[in-house]
Design a binder for this molecule. Structure first.
Ligand SMILES: Cc1ncc(C[n+]2csc(CCOP(=O)(O)OP(=O)(O)O)c2C)c(N)n1
Ligand code: SF4
Length: 413
């Protein structure tokens, strides 16, 4: 969840949207806590009701960008009805769904996406329900932007959120992520790093994939990418059209005629383009400075001594096979926002030339209480000491792990 929030903050910064015109709404759950982690206007609503609250906010003030950030249990379980109807209406919302296959906060019950045969506290002998594939559900319901990534794909997550923030209509981004304490433990799937390895090994990048082919089996292949991107009138645009038919061109919403609102929207788009160009220009300048001083930059990027020793476990995430790293063929679904240089060139076209030199927008900060930083640093510094374990212990650990991993296969058979 933390890496997703980081991707989200980065996407907000890069998009150039005004953080003061952004609202984050979440439901209840571990993911639902996101509303409290961010430094934007936010609302932590009741379980399953993030989308109706977000819809209300958007209708009350159409100038706002409204983002819903919640778990799959909240969005597709108790809130499933709201989810499909918001997609059907093409309500102007960005929905980010953290799918960890479980009701994390309440102890690991089965959810509408738990893969078949997986164990949950409510399916101790294996899940016998048929799970939803959320991209397929959203496609059938009418969502106009659908992407799926895993928490291994931080950059892609940033990219998709950035795209969604800059477009109109209902955008749905699913992020498959681990719940180590419940889903992974109960299914004996190791820890978070093991699961990231699984994502690395089993993700299949397929932009524009048929959403009927996005089902996820227990520890099976995960099709990721941008599956749908299309335009159709949003709920507000459709209701405007209907009102104009009835009332004529004098129709006003919140005291503004449609041409007045369109003019404001255009002006805001220009301001966004200016901010976005400034952020991207700063990024490009930083990159060029790094390239010019490779030695200095390398020294700067090198982790501190203590941190260097600690992530021995991280090394366990093996590099993906070369074939998997190969860039896929370009499709119409390819992102329009990366890399920074290309994005900057495109953004400059939209932004008034003079203003592009404006200072980069203020850093979008994720709330991080200063007090808590200290104990964290200590923990990192202490980590290597723990790892210098007596030979006996070191042998015992892997053996235990191997047994634990082998066990579920037996049980499932
Ligand atoms: C009306 C109502 N029913 C049930 C609950 C209990 N409850 C709190 S969080 C939660 C599950 C959330 O699961 P999910 O949305 O998948 O988020 P996660 O915790 O996995 O991130 C449930 C059932 C509640 N708070 N309110
Ligand atoms: S590990 Fe699972 S239960 Fe713990 S915070 Fe994460 S999602 Fe919630």
């Amino acid at each position: 969840i933390g890496s997703e929030v980081n991707s989200f903050a980065e996407a907000v910064k890069r998009s150039g949207i005004d953080p003061k015109k952004l609202v984050v709404v979440s439901g209840i759950g571990c993911t639902g806590r996101v509303a409290g982690y961010v430094n934007f206007d936010s609302m932590h609503t009741t379980h399953g009701r993030a989308i109706p609250v977000a819809t209300g906010i958007k209708l009350a003030n159409p100038e706002l960008t409204v983002v819903v950030f919640s778990g799959e249990g909240d969005l597709a379980g108790i809130g499933g009805n709201h989810l499909i109807h918001a997609a059907r209406r093409n309500m102007d919302l960005v929905v980010i769904c953290n799918n960890n296959f479980t009701y994390g906060m309440t102890g690991g019950q089965v959810t509408p996406t738990t893969p078949g045969t997986a164990t949950a506290s409510t399916t101790p002998y294996g899940n016998y329900e048929y799970p939803f594939s959320l991209p397929l559900l959203m496609d059938a319901a009418g969502a106009t932007y659908i992407a799926r990534w895993t928490s291994m794909h931080s950059r892609n997550v940033t990219q998709s959120i950035e795209e969604a923030l800059l477009r109109k209509g209902f955008s749905f981004i699913e992020i498959i992520s681990p719940c180590p304490t419940l889903y992974l433990r109960r299914n004996r799937l190791g820890d978070g790093v093991d699961q990231l390895q699984n994502y690395q090994d089993n993700s299949i990048l397929k932009h524009g994939a048929d959403t009927r082919e996005t089902a996820i089996d227990f520890q099976g292949k995960i099709v990721v990418g941008k599956f749908v991107e299309k335009n159709k009138p949003t709920y507000l645009e459709a209701s405007d059209k209907c009102a104009i038919k009835l009332v004529g061109d004098d129709y006003q919403l919140y005291g503004k005629t449609i041409p007045e609102r369109e003019a404001e929207e255009k002006a805001e788009k220009e301001r966004i383009a200016v901010r976005r160009a400034a952020v991207l220009a700063a990024e490009v300048a930083q990159q060029e400075a790094n390239d010019a001083q490779p030695a200095k930059a390398a020294a700067k990027q090198a982790p501190a001594k203590a941190v260097k020793k600690a992530p021995a476990k991280k090394a366990a995430v093996k590099a993906a096979p070369k074939a998997a790293q190969k860039a896929p063929a370009k499709t119409k679904f390819q992102s329009k926002v990366m890399p920074a240089k290309q994005a900057l060139a495109e953004t400059k076209k939209a932004a008034p030339a003079k203003k592009v030199a404006a200072k980069p927008a203020k850093k979008v900060a994720v709330k991080a209480p200063a007090k808590k930083a200290a104990p964290k640093a200590k923990a990192v510094a202490k980590a290597p000491a723990k790892k210098v374990a007596p030979a006996k212990k070191a042998v015992a650990k892997p053996a235990k792990k191997a047994v634990a991993k082998a066990a579920p296969k037996k049980t499932r058979k």
